[in-house]
Design a protein around this ligand. Structure first.
Ligand code: ADP
Ligand code: CA
Length: 434
């Protein structure tokens, strides 16, 4: 660290991670660069944590107890910041930071940024443009609801992420199937009626964008605005290409930033990273969601700031009050493709990785799914096949490079023998995308 990088807080950070996240490594690397000691708190039952020799295992599903354990730990070994690498522990991070007097979002804001129903209510109360919505219990009768709903609509779980269980329905018949399927997924994940709900929203047509930003004392700073150039029209919503800078007109981009900023304020988010998703059509921008975390998966690799700083370094610097020379993105255009899962089955091999990597502009092809393991597509699945990264002068070049690289990949997926309940599947070893 140089002399400008000092803060009066201890140079130690608690990093909350789930065991399978992709997001831990870049944060660890950034912490090392900044000379920070990392205390990793992993979402593991105590017995497993002991067995695997993980010093700090906490149960993310019991936020209060997890926070208490971390607060006790931090009282013995003081920390300067608490960071949740993804959504799953943002409430715990907020509770711990609150107790230790560290700058952070309030627990209420962290909760509202995770719970889609609370979020919709806050948006509506603050007048943030967002879809009309209703919440239903898991044991509601879909046939009765189908008569009350307006079409097209989107059915989604109140709490999951990565588009799991998010299904578009254009008719009563499709609604009954969608609702039943989302409820079945939630139940297979252990949610009982009364513990969570299902949201039914107005379907918002239009183009989708993702905004990566940082909340500071001066409001929302945009780090990158990504276009999602593939049509996302359902019935399932698998993420594919993200390209920045956006090709939308300047005035539309400005309206997007204003909307995201109002959305963050409506939730009470004040500091740290935000990842916002919006749709834009002739009526203007609509907020889909805003999370108090950075972009998921390996996608942050597309971004560098100032003189070649990673997004994670930027986040840590802000959390510690270190100097941040510039929030400007380095380089021209960048993008990532989250490689879609072509179908259910056992992934036997991926060919053409070298050919894909040889496409001009392509910087990397990473297959993250494991060979000989099951691939579970959306809406039940929780993982991608992998990622393709590209860089170029202009966004259209980047998009072209990503598509060409993807065309060069060939996947062999063997059919599986029928399973009794396909929803229960999924390889717990595959990382979950947030
Ligand atoms: P998750 O937290 O699982 O990502 P989202 O609410 O962001 O859930 O929904 C996932 C995707 O589904 C969105 O990125 C978008 O493409 C689509 N989607 C969700 N809600 C709507 C809606 N009301 N209208 C149109 N598309 C939607
Ligand atoms: Ca989302």
């Amino acid at each position: 660290m140089n002399s400008t990088e000092c803060s009066d807080r201890p140079n130690r950070v608690i990093l909350l991670t789930s065991p399978s996240t992709y997001r831990a490594t870049p944060f660890m690397e950034a912490a090392a660069r900044l000379g920070l000691e990392v205390v990793q708190a992993v979402d593991l039952p105590a017995a497993l944590a002991e067995y695997w020799n993980v010093p700090l295992g906490v149960d993310f599903k019991a936020p209060e107890a997890a926070a208490e354990k971390l607060i006790a730990h931090a009282r013995r070994q003081p920390v300067g910041a608490v960071i949740s690498v993804d959504d799953s522990a943002s409430l715990i991070a907020a509770l711990v930071a609150d107790a230790l007097g560290l700058p952070h979002n309030s627990p209420e804001a962290a909760l509202a940024a995770r719970d889609k129903h609370l979020m919709r209510q806050r948006f509506a109360a603050a007048g943030v443009p967002s879809p009309a919505f209703a919440r239903y219990e898991l044991d509601a009768d879909p046939a009765t609801l189908a008569a009350q709903v307006r079409y097209p609509c989107v059915v989604k779980p109140q709490v999951l992420s990565g588009s799991r269980g998010v299904i578009r329905a254009d008719s009563a018949e499709e609604f009954v199937a969608a609702f039943t399927r989302t409820v079945r997924l939630l139940r297979s994940l252990g949610f009982a009626p009364g513990t969570t709900g299902v949201l039914v929203e107005e379907y918002i047509p239009g183009r989708e964008v993702a905004l990566e930003g940082l909340l500071t004392g001066h409001g929302l700073k945009v780090l990158a605005l990504f276009d999602k150039p593939d049509p996302l029209e359902g019935p399932f919503f698998e993420e594919t290409i993200y390209v920045t800078p956006s090709r939308l007109p300047g005035a539309v981009q400005a309206a997007i930033v204003e909307c995201a900023s109002a959305a963050a304020a409506a939730l009470g988010l004040r500091t740290g990273p935000v990842h916002a998703e919006l749709r834009v059509n002739e009526r203007g921008p609509f907020m889909l969601e805003v999370a108090g975390r950075s972009i998921g998966g390996l996608c942050s690799q597309t971004l560098r700031f100032g003189t070649d700083m990673s997004l994670e370094e930027l986040i840590l610097r802000q959390a510690f009050g270190f100097e941040v020379e510039s929030l400007s993105r380095v380089g021209s255009a960048g993008g990532v493709m989250m490689i879609p899962i072509p179908g259910a089955g056992i992934l036997r091999c991926v060919e053409g990785i070298e050919e894909a990597g040889a496409v001009p502009g392509v910087e990397g092809v990473e297959i993250t799914a494991r060979i000989d393991h099951r691939l579970v597509p959306l809406p039940e699945g929780a993982s991608y096949l992998g990622f393709i990264f590209a860089r170029g002068e202009r966004p259209e070049e980047v998009e072209g490079a990503l598509r060409e690289a993807h065309r060069r990949l060939r996947f062999r997926i063997d059919e599986e023998l029928p399973v009794i309940n396909p929803v229960v599947g999924g390889d717990p070893g595959l990382a979950v995308i947030q």
